[in-house]
Ligand binder design. Structure first.
Ligand SMILES: Nc1ncnc2c1ncn2[C@@H]1O[C@H](COP(=O)(O)OP(=O)(O)OP(=O)(O)O)[C@@H](O)[C@H]1O
Length: 601
């Protein structure tokens, strides 16, 4: 069993994105093994580019010959070369289609494989690793960043070989067509290259910024929608709208800046190219009467000027997209290269543990925190017993339970289950031994039965009914039209708080675990239902060690042992009667709750 339903209490750490010069190269290397898997498609896409460039470059040349022939009234050549021209255009179209299809195949394949590997990698993460990146950040990496990579692979196979070939080919052919115009050509190129360097560099920066801004917008939207009830009940909509608008405005600003740059860039490029054309026509025009062949040559020359212009523009775009994709690849690489902070010993069916639990001088600090949350915690409890944990909010009760389930490892000391250090237990053994039910446990969308089968894949209907009876859920499930096949919507929004808790307790007990942790898991139940759940647990799960973390002392009165936590330390341990007699902290909690209840009565 895994615990994706645990919710982080911490902010995300800033992470290395793998950018920088060396980072860029390293990031690109991440991509190579994936592209290699689609070698055949990659080759076909590249060959198609060569054919496409050949067709593109040769067309002005043929056009020039056709025009020359028209001027000379040479009909045979006009026909022959004209047909060639059409054939070349058709070749260009076919090559373009082949290139697009195979580039898309490579890009889609790479993106699909990368996404699958990324997802698989995240599944190996320890809870602390997911917290480090944050769930929304990981989602953006699996969606938006992968999209960027898909786009660059697609564009790469369409443009990377095409741009230099087209640029060099058009340059040489333009020179050959009108050698005396070399300086016009160089002047145009110098202007375009300088403008491109300036603008595309800026654009690259803005694109990187958009990535960060998209992530911010996603995080805010996600948090808002997940906590929509809280937002509504505290009438927080105006604040939330303001917060979202600020993040969204930042994204709009930076996107607008990119738009402005594009808006300036394109006219500048075309103006430069058109000026070059006008200049050439002006220079050549004076001698056209004397040399009619110049007319055809100038048409061909201007076509090559345009091709050079397009090569430079596309090159700039490619560099901009590449810089964005390199950042995305870095972010993907950072996940891929993370070594899970927790490793497990190999699966071993021979290792069987009972429900004994022991903490020996356990101290634990959350990653990034300075002070330990648990300090020198020692206690033990026998299989089948019930342990209650009480303490003020923030005293470390949940943290203690997280250590039992080995969602974190202690800084020092040992946590033992069945007499064995949890670090020596295979993950499966640990997950099969412990069921953890949280107050805010999430159910997965699907059906009730589907949720139960995630824990106990071969659960039968009688088993489901048994577990639901224990959790006092059977009654309302039986009233649903589809009973155990009733749908569970996203975030289980079609169930009330109390029903959700009953369902998560059902899921917790279905596998009859050796250790059951109920972390504030009955807080939404009325006193009568809570009592019924407790009685059923006592009756039906006799051999199970039950750990109950509760705000209300009433929930743990019957525990074999109660731990009183205060600022991460155990300040009392014993049965209710012992603690009421001799533990000041417990007495205070008890008296406060009693007074409150009497006040209410
Ligand atoms: N993931 C985390 N990263 C850093 N600090 C954390 C994290 N989770 C909890 N803490 C801190 O550890 C302390 C103990 O938290 P814990 O959730 O264990 O308390 P608790 O006794 O269960 O509280 P409550 O009764 O309110 O649930 C708190 O100060 C909390 O802010």
């Amino acid at each position: 069993m895994s615990y994706p339903f645990l919710i982080s209490k911490r902010k995300t750490a800033r992470l290395d994105t793998g950018t920088g010069e060396m980072g860029g190269l390293r990031n690109m290397k991440t991509l190579l093994p994936y592209i290699r898997r689609y070698q055949k498609d990659a080759w076909l896409a590249t060959l198609a580019v060569v054919a496409l460039v050949f067709a593109t470059l040769w067309q002005p040349r043929l056009l020039q010959t056709v025009m020359d022939a028209i001027l000379r009234n040479d009909k045979t050549t006009v026909w022959q070369e004209g047909i060639m021209l059409i054939a070349l255009a058709l070749l260009g179209i076919a090559a373009g289609i082949v290139n697009t299809v195979y580039s898309a195949r490579v890009a889609l394949g790479v993106a699909t494989d990368l996404r699958a590997d990324l997802y698989r990698k995240v599944q190996t993460f320890a809870y602390a690793d997911v917290e480090k990146f944050s769930a929304s950040n990981l989602v953006v990496r699996m969606t938006n960043d992968i999209n960027q990579v898909q786009q660059i692979v697609m564009a790469g196979f369409q443009q990377v070989s095409r741009i230099p070939l087209l640029f060099a080919g058009a340059f040489i052919l333009a020179m050959m067509t009108m050698p005396e115009q070399w300086w016009v050509l160089l002047m145009m190129m110098a202007i375009i290259v300088i403008v491109s360097l300036f603008s595309f560099q800026r654009m690259g920066k803005y694109f990187a910024q958009t990535q960060q801004d998209i992530e911010n917008v996603n995080t805010i939207a996600r948090e808002n929608l997940m906590g929509i009830r809280v937002v509504k009940s505290f009438v927080q909509e105006p604040n939330e709208i303001k917060k979202f608008s600020r993040a969204s405005d930042r994204l709009t600003d930076v996107t607008a800046k990119i738009g402005y740059l594009f808006a300036i860039l394109m006219p500048v490029f075309f103006l430069t190219a058109n000026l070059a054309i006008v200049l050439s026509v002006y220079l050549v025009g004076q001698s056209i009467t004397a040399h009619p062949a110049y007319l055809a040559a100038i048409v061909s020359f201007t076509s090559y000027l345009m091709q050079i212009l397009f090569a430079v523009i596309n090159g700039g775009f490619m560099m901009t997209f590449a810089s964005r994709a390199i950042i995305s690849l870095g972010r993907i690489g950072a996940v891929m290269n993370t070594t899970p902070s927790m490793t497990y010993v190999p699966a071993n069916d021979d290792i069987q543990v009972n429900g004994d639990i022991a903490f020996e001088h356990v101290t634990f600090t959350y990653p990034g925190d300075e002070k330990p949350t648990l300090q020198d915690v020692s206690f033990s409890i026998h299989s089948g017993d019930m342990l209650g944990i009480v303490g003020a909010t923030g005293s470390g009760k949940t943290t203690l339970a997280l250590l039992i389930a080995r969602l974190f490892d202690p800084d020092s000391g040992v946590v033992k289950i069945g007499g064995i250090d949890v670090r020596q237990l295979p993950e499966k053994t640990l997950r099969d031994t412990i069921a953890y039910v949280l107050q805010r446990s999430a159910l997965f969308s699907g059906t009730i039965a589907g949720n139960l089968k995630q824990v106990q894949p071969d659960a039968t209907l009688p088993q489901m009914k048994w577990a639901a009876n224990v959790a006092q859920a059977a009654e309302f499930i039986d009233r649903l039209p589809q009973t155990y096949n009733a749908p569970v919507e996203e975030r289980s929004s079609n169930f009330s708080g109390g029903q959700k808790q009953r369902l998560t307790i059902t899921r917790g007990v279905i596998a009859d675990p050796k250790i059951l942790i109920l972390d504030d898991a009955t807080s939404a139940l009325d006193a009568r239902s809570e009592k019924l759940v407790q009685e059923a647990l006592d009756r039906e799960l006799k051999k199970t060690t039950t750990i109950v973390i509760a705000e209300k002392i009433a929930s743990i009165l019957r525990a074999d042992k109660i731990l009183v936590l205060d600022h991460g330390r155990i300040v009392g341990s014993g049965t209710h009667h012992e603690l009421v007699r001799n533990n000041a902290v417990y007495q205070e909690i008890y008296q406060t709750q009693k007074a409150r209840e009497e006040g209410l009565a």
